[in-house]
Write a protein that binds this ligand. Sequence first.
Ligand code: GAR
Length: 188
Amino acid sequence: MLASGAGTNLQALLDSGIEGIRVVISDVADAFAVRRATEASIPTEIVPFANNRSAFTEKICEAAAKYGAEALVLAGFMRVLGPAAIERFPHRILNIHPSLLPAFPGVNAVSQALSHGVTITGVTVHFVDEKIDHGPIIAQRAVPVLPGDDEESLHARIQKVEHDLYPRVVAAFLRGDVLVEQGKVVLR
Ligand code: GAR
């Protein structure tokens, strides 16, 4: 599991009882996600980003390999992994993003949705490929934008959905029920 921030999605995954989370890797030593992992007795590894994506990717892969990880689950991980990770874990890197991709990729998906004035945004869980917030879509859920929403209120509504959706998708993936055929996801 890879996380950079508050780790509420990590917490939702832990609380869902999913088994097999071998390690939580973070690029941010004092991320609250790291504390959540420690409290749940999950080993942690800190891999700071040092301005070189391929070296960073290599270190992430090494940290994952040390614990025998067979997949990477990104839960608020705010760094982009290089191609070496995608080659090492083909269709085995999952990401959650707070918009209905392909709309609003990047770091500020919620404020992008507000500034475009969309009335519906949402959550996407997808396999990671070489591009940012891109790759075969596994599951999406819509979230309404309400009059008077600001970034905080909309993100909070989106996160409620994330916390329900991500554990379900990760569990299905771990059961082997999420397949990719001709570039698209097929659910068993
Ligand atoms: C989540 O809303 C997640 O979708 C988003 O960061 C937040 C992390 O929250 N991820 C991205 O924007 C990835 N491009 P958390 O640390 O509380 O799980």
